[in-house]
Write a protein that binds this ligand. Structure first.
Ligand code: YH5
Length: 284
């Protein structure tokens, strides 16, 4: 129920919010807002983090590589230069847990030294050296399922049974982690909504989320502002807040314990109501 994140710990007896911080110039939903020209502004980063922490985020997810469909890849040097100063700046000013969205062994090692508390890898540690780097870091890791690679993953994804295949893949990655010296207690699983999935696949995964939860690992979900909302409702990016909050709540109700979102305050309201119902306790 407690996830140890380096020097910090995370209580997962209730759902917790992971706030998204995009240290990329080309993010889908809030691309480049923390930049002046090509330069990431640490003062803007800290302002954004302060807001998310005040609104109820317990984790800040720092991403230096865009994984949106069709995104161009950045060099390891570029990713390091964006992520490391951000991790250090956040940790020097806030007590929040910093998660780093990366697939690179070098970035995993540097982030751990800079004070990160969690590794979030959309490629589930499949890149060269990533398993070893994560094991050596001693940090927990979120293993996410993706079919294909970001550039092409939304071109005709196909499954026999999406939930069964996601679970098989994640179970295989759990086994590889354990063999590499990352104990089960340090793993978080994520079905990877929108990563090589059609609307029907995403809906089935959310409907059947309890099957993934029943493996016994904490489950993380990222549904915030994703294109399944456009496919269901025809909403533009700036119109996706209500649907994002509903999806977060439905996922938490089905057992997700880490909820990755852009809109922390609204999601926090929803999760507090859910927790009050589930605990039969009133907020003070
Ligand atoms: C995730 O699900 N997602 S980056 C497209 C959008 C809006 C948002 C079309 N990193 C996940 O957030 N890490 C990302 O509008 C993630 N789980 C984990 N663990 C994609 C994203 C997004 C894409």
């Amino acid at each position: 129920m407690i996830l140890t994140c380096g020097q910090q710990s995370l209580d997962l007896s209730r759902p917790v919010i992971m706030g998204i911080l995009n240290a990329t110039t080309d993010s889908f939903s809030d691309g480049g807002r923390l930049f002046r020209g090509n330069q990431l502004q640490l003062d803007l980063v800290l302002e954004r983090v302060e807001t998310m922490v005040r609104e109820g985020a317990e984790i800040i997810d720092v991403g230096g590589e865009s994984t949106r469909p069709g995104a161009v890849s950045v060099s390891v040097e570029e990713e390091l230069s964006r992520v490391v100063p951000v991790v250090e700046a956040i940790r020097s000013r806030f007590d929040v847990i910093v998660s780093v969205d990366t697939s690179s062994a070098e970035v995993i090692r540097a982030s751990a030294l800079a004070g990160a508390g969690l590794i979030n890898d959309v490629r589930a540690l499949q890149r060269e050296g990533a398993l070893q780097a994560a094991a050596a870091s001693g940090l927990p890791v979120c293993l996410m399922h993706m079919q294909g690679e970001p550039g092409t993953m939304q071109k005709n994804p196909q499954y026999r049974d999406v939930t069964a295949e996601v679970i098989e893949f994640l179970q295989e990655r759990v086994d590889r982690c354990e063999a590499a010296g990352i104990p089960a207690e340090r793993l978080v699983l994520d079905p990877g909504f929108g990563f090589g999935k059609t609307l029907e696949h995403n809906l089935q995964l959310l409907r059947e989320l309890p099957k993934l939860v029943s493996l016994g690992f904490p489950v993380l979900v990222g549904l915030s502002r994703k294109s399944m909302i456009a496919k269901l409702l025809g909403r533009e990016l700036h119109e996706r807040l209500p649907a994002s909050v509903v999806l977060a709540t439905l996922a938490a109700q089905r057992g997700a314990r880490l909820i990755r979102v852009h809109d922390v305050a609204a999601t926090h309201d929803a999760l507090q109501i859910l927790s009050a119902i589930e605990d039969n306790a009133r907020p003070e």
